[in-house]
Design a binder for this molecule. Structure first.
Ligand code: HEM
Length: 468
């Protein structure tokens, strides 16, 4: 479909004029300005220089960066713009195929899996995962008890707890993260695969088959290994028979699509498990780690959180309904996700020719990247967007805010299905840590953010002391 506007005639991409880095070169475009290892932070810095919408041209391919809440009113509308699998998400398909995160809107397995799995991610469904999440947090505490006085590698330990949570609630599987000194083979293969995908995303197939031949062979072997292991987990569960498990795998094996009456097929179940492992592990772990950093350097915020925890958590064990009452801890999580949304952006493509914001022509299929790091630092957040202030999330301030200013879980039909799950898990783990320990920052540490596909505070370490 072609839309025409009365004054400008046909919508043509070549009429789109956007700010861009200086010194644009013929053919190469802005390639000199491409940062592969910190591309999301670079996207943010670009927005701070060139504005709420700007572009980089890489060998003729136009990458448009958007961090304007006003333009997001249009882009976040599923009727106008749809999910697009940009680099490196597209390459995750080699692992997760048509799993929920990497499926195209048009693939039938997306709607089917969404309908089957959505009931497992509602707020009430969290009650069934609560005891397992609590058990994982308790194991982390036990692990820390053995390391009093040592500097603790925080991203490594939050990764362990998040991995255990998703493994056990997802498919009744423990990776023995707190007992092992080496990495579990499935985790090691997954991490290598994700690292390869992140690097190779910006490479050329010919380079991969020549210069990076060995890495590529390792990658293919890793994907095959992970598939085999996950298939074995599913087969074991099938042989045990359905019933008795309150996890996602149980639902995947037994539930039917309410629309068609069909269950998920075996291959798709494998891809969903790999999806949950990838999408539901480092994202949550990164948020816990960023929150711990800010809590450690803002003792008054940690004290306020502890006062709330001591007031709400009255019995021996934290109960599921008490998690929802930890409103201040939740604000700490929201503020951590504002400054460092661990999934730092998402892609959308135009469903039809459109004049974005009445000003920028986009032809059908052209795409943009939403720079969450900058949207979450937009001037509408006030004078000091870098300041860590959980009270930005007080209900009255949330109500007064532009509706598109905070989107750490994406938006619309392709928004994060695991949002409630992540909040429950992160609030529970942070409350357990704060109740049991005081946090001591390393005075020499300056926050440095590492990008794989997600974000984490690089080399963050803290010393923890048991509270009396
Ligand atoms: C704080 C932690 C998390 C963050 C920041 C996060 C962020 C996101 C974002 C931004 C998207 C949308 C991407 C897009 O539009 O292209 C997404 C989708 C998704 N997330 Fe999360 N996520 C988190 C935790 C989780 C957890 C714990 C799970 C699973 C247990 C999960 C599973 C998924 C899945 C399956 C999708 C794809 C949904 C679909 O397209 O239907 N996420 N997530």
């Amino acid at each position: 479909m072609t839309i025409t506007t009365p004054n400008s005639g046909r919508i043509r991409a070549k009429d789109r004029v956007l700010p861009h880095p200086p010194y644009r070169l013929p053919v190469l475009g802005d390639v000199w300005d491409l940062h592969v290892t910190d591309s999301s932070q670079w996207g943010m810095r670009g927005a701070q220089k060139y504005g709420d919408i700007y572009e980089r041209n890489i060998f003729g391919a136009r990458v448009t960066y958007v961090s304007s809440p006003e333009l997001l009113r249009e882009i976040n509308d599923d009727a106008k713009w749809a999910k697009f699998l940009g680099i490196p998400i597209r390459d995750l398909r080699t692992v997760a195929r048509d799993g929920l995160f990497t499926a195209h809107n048009s693939e039938p397995n997306w709607a089917k899996a969404h309908a089957i799995l959505a009931p497992s991610f509602t707020a009430p469904a969290m009650r069934s995962y609560h005891a397992t999440m609590r058990e994982c947090a308790a194991e982390l505490i036990e692990h820390w008890d053995g390391r009093a006085g040592e500097w603790i590698d925080i991203p490594s330990d939050t990764n362990k707890v998040a991995l255990e949570v998703i493994g056990r609630t997802g498919f009744g599987y423990s990776f023995d993260s707190f007992d092992r000194t080496d990495e579990h083979p499935i985790v090691a293969a997954m991490l290598r695969a994700l690292t390869y995908i992140n690097r190779a995303a910006y490479s050329h197939p010919v380079l991969e088959r020549t210069v990076f031949r060995e890495q590529r062979a390792q990658h293919l072997a890793d994907v095959e290994f992970v598939n085999r292991e996950v298939d074995a987990i599913i087969a074991r569960r099938r042989s045990e028979g359905a019933g008795g498990h309150e996890d996602l795998l149980e639902r995947m094996l037994t539930a039917e699509d309410p629309e068609t009456g069909e269950p998920l097929d075996a291959q798709n179940i494998r891809h969903q498990i790999l999806t949950f492992l990838a999408a539901g592990h480092e994202t949550s772990a990164g948020v816990m780690a960023f929150a711990l950093h800010y809590l450690s350097v803002n003792p008054e915020i940690a004290d306020r959180a502890r006062a709330e925890i001591d007031q709400v958590w009255t019995g021996e064990e934290l109960r599921s309904e008490e998690v929802a009452k930890l409103r201040y801890v939740r604000r700490v999580v929201d503020e951590s996700l504002r400054l460092w949304p661990t999934a730092p952006g998402y892609f959308r493509k135009a469903n039809a020719d459109t004049m974005l914001g009445g000003e920028y022509p986009f032809e059908k299929g052209e795409w943009v990247f939403i720079v969450l790091l900058q949207l979450h630092r937009h001037r509408l957040w006030g004078d000091d967007p870098e300041a860590f202030d959980p009270d930005r999330f007080l209900p009255e301030r949330v109500r007064a805010r532009h509706p598109e200013l905070y989107r750490p879980f994406g938006v619309g039909m392709r928004a994060c299905i695991g949002r409630q799950f992540a909040y429950h898990e992160i609030v529970l783990v942070l409350a357990t840590m704060l109740r049991n320990y005081d946090l001591e920052p390393d005075p020499n540490y300056r926050l440095k953010v590492k990008e794989t596909i997600t974000l984490k505070p690089d080399q963050l370490r803290l010393r923890v002391t048991r509270r009396g």
